[in-house]
Design a protein around this ligand. Sequence first.
Ligand SMILES: [Zn+2]
Ligand SMILES: [Zn+2]
Length: 278
Amino acid sequence: MSIRTKVLSYNIRTKVLSYNIRTKVLSYMSRPDPITTMELLKGLLNLIYPPRCLICGKLLEDNDGLCPKCFQGIEIIKHPCCNICGKPLQPESFIGIDDPVCFDCRKRKFFFNYARSIGKYKGILKECIHLLKYKGKKVLLKPLDKLIKTCLDELIPFEKISFITQVPLHKKRLRERGFNQSGLIAGLIGNRYQIPVLSNLLNRIVYTPPQATLTKVERLRNIKGVFAVVGTPSWVECGTILLIDDVYTTGATVNECAKVLKKAGAQEVYVLTLAHGI
Ligand SMILES: [Zn+2]
Ligand SMILES: [Zn+2]
């Protein structure tokens, strides 16, 4: 049995449980059909509060979060980029160099194969990540899914990936926020590429200050020993894992996660983030 099949059967078991609960809840609900009611409510809400672009405020036909102009304004990372961290590089500096690696990556040890980011952590994409992460604007998952569809094929060798997981939040922060934005992105990718997502594989065992508030040296120190692999199923060994995070800054967080995944037996780890801090 392949690793993907094993993970799928594990996920299906969990899904059957949630399906049973859902069926019970539905049986308690009386007519009219709850889906129709929900759609009616949605329609009414759209009439009272017509959907607007969350960036420029323009009225939208559908509640898609972003207008086409703002979506087009997301700065996608194009080649050439650093072979390790995916940072975009100046084309002129690579004539004749087959293996471009940026200055920051030259002297560091990495536990992942390579990291890639979809866009630059600035402008519209930065605002989208903030709105999703700190304001809970999950409607932005729609344009983000569109973004994944547009440019992910070339970034990651999906045919090799056994399963997907994400950088975990500490349970205290997860309680405050109510969701893990990287987990939501992992779900979108898993769904699009039909790859199982193991959202509880990694655990954040130490509560640390947010990386964004720290210097580069502090970030490296802050993240050491923070993650652990939970109850490693045997098929994690030999698996090729795609690790998801929202932003790549110094790579300290994803590198620490990759380290514990490798220690648990993972064969290869690829990293994908929505944005690169550059
Ligand atoms: Zn707009
Ligand atoms: Zn680099």
